[in-house]
Design a protein around this ligand. Structure first.
Ligand code: BDP
Length: 679
């Protein structure tokens, strides 16, 4: 197996009894031949899956089937919403109903999931609808085929070949997204090329849209703010300039002519050198609202990113809040503000972004990163379900206890009609799509949680593993704890106790806690860890940067006191003495070093667990992950030794008893980093 089929393998079910039970319920599929392309797609996907799983042809028919038939039906069912489905079983017949064709499509994939995960068909009665309206992947893909922070080969979009050649992979991609309920795709990088708005590229985009459409997915584009200048020949991109407005309006009209169901725009402006409305003395709302106006009567939205931080203006943690919070209530109806899960930048663990709960009059899109920019690329096994859930379940206290990020994002807390969630895609041209096989689990988990954020990350892991790896109980029992604990283990051997942003410069891989000089202070590591002879950590209390004050009192309280702050967040908010005793009973130094060591040892535990599952797994898939785990262990040692030796130069303390000192010196480790960065 090369991993190409993802979780949609459709290999024949090994249990004859299970096959028999389903065969009795899946003799044929009946569907209205006059239905639209999405309904026909639903029927074909269901047929494809069932035939594989049951090992027998399942014919499609238009006549109402008898016992053992499966009917796909679109009916008025307001309780299901636009995209929800119901699967019901009566008199020996199964029915998959949706209020729209796409609802039926999701229902078909839900039924296949039941079969794939080994459920029996009796008493099937399921209904579900998404809690979040816009469930999107953000591709950071460039016209030349590179992917910003992509670790699984080059872009899957072959821009040079489009629109004439449609890579068959696009359809497999669409199928995978639909199977987990995603409904939108931003095709290109937020550091955007203006090229995508040219007639030449719109034809290409339209061709991709044509493949995604029957699978219920709309395409969106990231736009370069300076496009009116770069490709429009205007002298300005000032959002209040009448010519600029007219340019965007005309361009938007062109887009909708080519792609009638175009989804809208994603914008990174005045961030990391990208142009934006501030270049003309305007603010983010001026820019976003002008684009919203350009969308006119079309059914499209603007997602305006809040990932901004100006050079030299205090604690980076505060900056997005300071720029955006005052604009609450100033954004037009079609605008959503897209906020990363944490205030810095996709670190292995961050407190939730203080903008959640602080902009009640603006719908906020949650942006998480599936591509593992700061989490070991496609080398380290890190299942992100727990990270995504941790953010969704975080309590902002903005309207009292229980005001979770999930409720802000799904719009229920602040009564928004628009809601969205975005995952920065980890998909590339590698045969297995994501480089690391477990990267597929992150794509999967993102979709499932975007659909229903109340799912448990452990249950999602079990679903994925059952469909992708094996349903053999002993093997699952070995592998699932690995998935579920992998993210905490990664945190332990890289950034325990709330350390953050101490990774290799530019590449964002491997340790470089000694990084003290860069183009900007907030790109160094010392800016964040603040190690000195006294202790370690960033003081964000009132005595320090006071970033804690950005949170509602109920949320802030949890972190404000170093004695009661959960150890996982300690150094995010406090500068703690090396000899200070923590709630764990150890001193800071002893706890820190112990975590680096136990984290590293845990990778060996992951390796042993993976070995245990071997008999039940496909040999090629098993070997690939096993090899990556070996690298992961070597690199965990690299992180451990680098950080322990470097922080020891400040702490001047011995390792606690039982921990063997690194066998290499700090200067030796630093050379290793240089090799990795090829400087
Ligand atoms: C950072 C990445 C950078 C992205 C940026 C963003 O290093 O490549 O362009 O985020 O989200 O994490 O815009």
């Amino acid at each position: 197996d090369d991993g190409y089929r993802l979780w949609l393998k459709y290999d024949q079910l090994p249990e004859a009894g299970l096959r028999k039970a389903w065969l009795a319920r899946a003799k044929n599929i009946n569907v209205d031949k006059n239905g639209g392309p999405t309904l026909q797609t639903a029927a074909k996907e269901l047929q494809l899956g069932l035939q594989g799983l049951l090992g027998r042809p399942v014919p499609l028919g238009a006549a109402p089937g008898g016992r053992g038939s499966i009917s796909l039906r679109v009916t008025a069912a307001p309780e299901l919403g636009r995209e929800g489905y119901r699967i019901s079983s009566q008199n020996g017949k199964l029915e998959i109903t949706g209020a729209s064709e796409v609802g039926v499509l999701y229902g078909c994939f839900a039924l296949l999931r039941q079969v794939q995960t080994g459920q029996l068909p009796d008493q099937l009665n399921l209904s579900s609808q998404p809690r979040i309206q816009y469930r999107m992947l953000n591709h950071w893909d460039n016209p030349n085929g590179t992917v910003e922070r992509g670790y699984a080969g080059s872009s899957i979009w072959k821009w040079l070949e489009l629109p004439e050649r449609i890579d068959p992979r696009y359809q497999d991609y669409a199928r995978a997204n639909a199977s987990i309920g995603l409904n939108g795709v931003v095709l290109n990088n937020v550091n955007a090329s203006a090229r995508y708005l040219t007639p030449e590229y719109l034809r290409k985009v339209a061709a991709v849209a044509g493949v995604l459409r029957p699978y219920g997915q709309r395409v969106y584009l990231s736009v370069l703010w300076a496009a009116p200048k770069v490709i429009g020949g205007l002298k300005t991109s000032d959002p209040l300039d009448p010519q600029v407005k007219a340019w965007w309006q005309a361009r938007t009209g062109e887009i909708y002519k080519a792609i009638p169901d175009f989804g809208g725009f994603l914008v990174k402006a005045n961030s990391e050198g990208e142009p934006g409305p501030q270049d003309y003395g305007r603010n983010h709302a001026d820019g976003a609202n002008m684009l919203a106006q350009a969308l006119g009567g079309h059914d499209g939205i603007v997602m305006w990113r809040a990932f901004v931080y100006k050079a030299g203006s205090g604690d980076r943690f505060r900056q997005a809040y300071e720029e955006f919070q005052p604009l609450d209530g100033k954004f037009a109806d079609k605008v959503l503000v897209q906020v990363k899960n944490g205030p810095i930048d996709f670190q292995a663990r961050e407190p939730f972004h203080p903008l959640f709960g602080a902009m009640p009059r603006t719908p906020l899109v949650l942006e998480v990163q599936l591509t593992q920019e700061y989490l070991g690329f496609a080398t380290h096994l890190v299942y992100l379900g727990p990270l995504i859930k941790e953010c969704l379940e975080a309590d902002t206290h903005s309207q009292g206890p229980g005001s979770t990020v999930a409720k802000v994002v799904d719009g229920s807390l602040e009564k928004h009609s628009l809601s969205g969630i975005a995952g920065v895609a980890n998909i590339g041209s590698d045969r297995n799509w994501t480089g690391h096989l477990v990267g597929q689990a992150n794509w999967y988990a993102f979709g499932r949680l975007a659909w229903d954020h109340s799912l448990r990350s452990e249950d999602v892991a079990r679903e994925w593993a059952s469909m992708t790896l094996t349903r053999e109980p002993a093997a699952l029992a070995a592998v699932l704890p690995v998935l579920n604990q992998s993210r905490s283990i990664y945190v332990r051997y890289t950034t325990p106790l709330g350390l953050h942003h101490i990774m290799g410069q530019d590449i964002h891989y491997g340790p470089e806690p000694w990084l003290a000089r860069s183009a900007r202070p907030d790109w160094t590591a010392v800016y964040y860890h603040k190690a000195d002879a006294a202790g370690l950590g960033f003081d964000r209390t009132a005595a320090g940067s006071d970033a804690l004050a950005l949170y509602a009192p109920g949320a802030r309280q949890r972190w404000a006191n170093p004695a009661t702050c959960p150890p996982d967040y300690l150094l995010w908010f406090h500068h703690v003495g090396w000899g200070q005793q923590l709630s764990t009973g150890r001193t800071l130094w002893d706890e820190l070093t112990t975590r680096y060591y136990t984290g590293t040892d845990s990778v060996q535990w992951m390796q042993r667990q993976w070995e245990q599952a071997k008999p039940a797994l496909d040999p090629a898939l098993h070997a690939d992950v096993a090899a990556r785990l070996c690298i992961q262990h070597r690199e965990a040692q690299w992180w451990r030794d680098a950080c322990v030796l470097y922080f020891q130069t400040f702490a001047r303390r011995p390792l606690p008893p039982g921990l063997a000192p690194p066998t290499r010196t700090l200067p030796e480790i630093k050379t290793l980093v240089d090799i990795y960065q090829l400087r």
